[in-house]
Design a binder for this molecule. Structure first.
Ligand SMILES: [Zn+2]
Length: 406
């Protein structure tokens, strides 16, 4: 078998031609036929079976022999199992879906050994995310922008709805990527999404000297809870608080669910309503984050942001709901990849940089500043500060300092 070249190797070759590989994702709403939907649900079940079977075998082998069973060894057994008439149903979905599921077990172990996640768990029909993944082989994953459809193994062409942004970017520059993998997710509300991983060969751009960018094209941003964002020019973006507004309704729906008989058709209907509301909240939040990150990248050359370790902040439970509601980390991700597309610069500054406490006028540190102080007066130079605006200005300056250093 010919070994596939790694991304690093391919990039090395492409570099000679002034090109590189770019990877990105695309999430699309699918409009499935009932038959397609049925097969997707079945495929999810089969993928879960493959995942759990491999995980169980790994655990058993380790218990008995203290040795790890390899994927290739298990795959041989699995092929035999599939031939058994009792497991005929495993041949219904495309075989790459089952392979991907087993590879996910190895990935889960890798992350566990790196200390990134807990010990791999079995997947459940009720609590795990209902999705399966498949990978590209001989061009079997195809995207058709004109007819708004995507071809997936065994399912054939699935009608989809591309977003306005996706269509606009296709019309502007065409689609030159290659679909490498697809994940199909079914939500409790019976909606289906397809997430694609796309690889594209793009030209390397000339190096820019970022220190020559004029000051007005550089912006510092402070992400907060009272405002979603405040920039060093004094623009404030209010917090949308989607979740908070919908929480009342969510609580009501969940209360109603309690009064229904588990497993009854009314119970299921109620569950679907709750899932729908969750999905709507997620979508509205994403739209908001896309819109604001696009604007920020369009209007500036260099964007300075705080490197938030949201995860550690979320451990503070009182703030947790508001923070995950605001979606800072998603926002930073969006800004990063949009900036990468448009050849703009992102500077992340360490989260221990005391951006709020330093006076932007004289650099005096206000050690008495507490979280509830929204405005303050510098004891040394007498300047009056809006807490967040002062922080945004400091963030911008720190970004410029870091840029000059590197
Ligand atoms: Zn001062």
């Amino acid at each position: 078998m010919v070994r596939r070249k790694t991304v690093v190797e391919r990039n090395k070759e492409l570099e000679k031609e002034g090109k590189k590989l770019l990877f990105y994702g695309m999430k699309i709403r699918a409009i499935t036929t009932p038959a397609q939907y049925q097969l997707i649900v079945k495929s999810i079940g089969c993928a879960r079976f493959a995942y759990n079977a491999y995980l169980a075998e790994k655990q058993k082998t380790y218990k008995e022999t203290k040795k790890a069973i390899s994927y290739s060894a298990f795959k041989k057994d699995f092929v035999v199992l599939k031939k058994n008439p009792a497991y005929e149903w495993l041949s219904e979905p495309d075989k790459f879906a089952l392979e991907c599921a087993m590879e996910q077990v190895d990935d889960a172990y890798d992350r566990f050994f790196k200390g990134q996640t807990g010990y791999p768990k079995f997947k459940s029909k009720h609590t795990s995310k209902q999705s399966y993944s498949t990978k590209e082989t001989n061009g079997n994953l195809v995207i058709d922008f004109e007819k708004q459809r995507i071809k997936i193994p065994k399912l054939g062409w699935i009608n989809v709805r591309f977003s306005k942004g996706q269509i606009a970017s296709f019309q502007e520059s065409g689609f030159n990527g290659k679909v490498k993998a697809a994940t199909l997710t079914v939500h409790g509300s019976q909606q289906t999404h397809i997430s694609l991983r796309i690889e594209e060969v793009v030209s390397l751009r000339e190096e820019t000297d970022w220190t020559t960018i004029p000051n007005e094209k550089i912006i510092g941003c402070d992400l907060g809870l009272t405002h979603f964002l405040i920039d060093s020019n004094g623009n404030k973006i209010e917090n949308p608080r989607h979740l908070k507004n919908s929480l009342g309704r969510l609580a009501m729906l969940q209360r109603r669910l309690k009064n229904k008989i588990k497993g009854s058709s009314n119970y299921k209907k109620q569950q679907q309503q709750i899932a729908k509301l969750h999905l709507r909240i997620t979508n509205t939040r994403k739209d908001f984050l896309h819109k604001e990150s696009r604007k920020l990248v369009n209007e500036n050359q260099i964007i300075v942001l705080e490197d938030l370790n949201v995860k550690s902040m979320i451990k503070n439970r009182r703030l947790a709901r508001s923070i995950s509601d605001v979606g800072w980390s998603t926002f930073v991700t969006f800004v990063k990849y949009k900036a990468d597309w448009d050849h703009k610069k992102i500077v992340l500054i360490g989260r221990f940089f005391a951006s709020s406490k330093k006076c932007n006028g004289c650099e005096e540190k206000n050690t008495l500043l507490s979280l509830s102080d929204r405005t303050w007066v510098c004891s040394k130079c007498g300047r009056e500060h809006d807490r967040d605006l002062n922080a945004a200005k400091n963030i911008k300056e720190e970004g410029i300092r870091i840029l000059a250093e590197t």
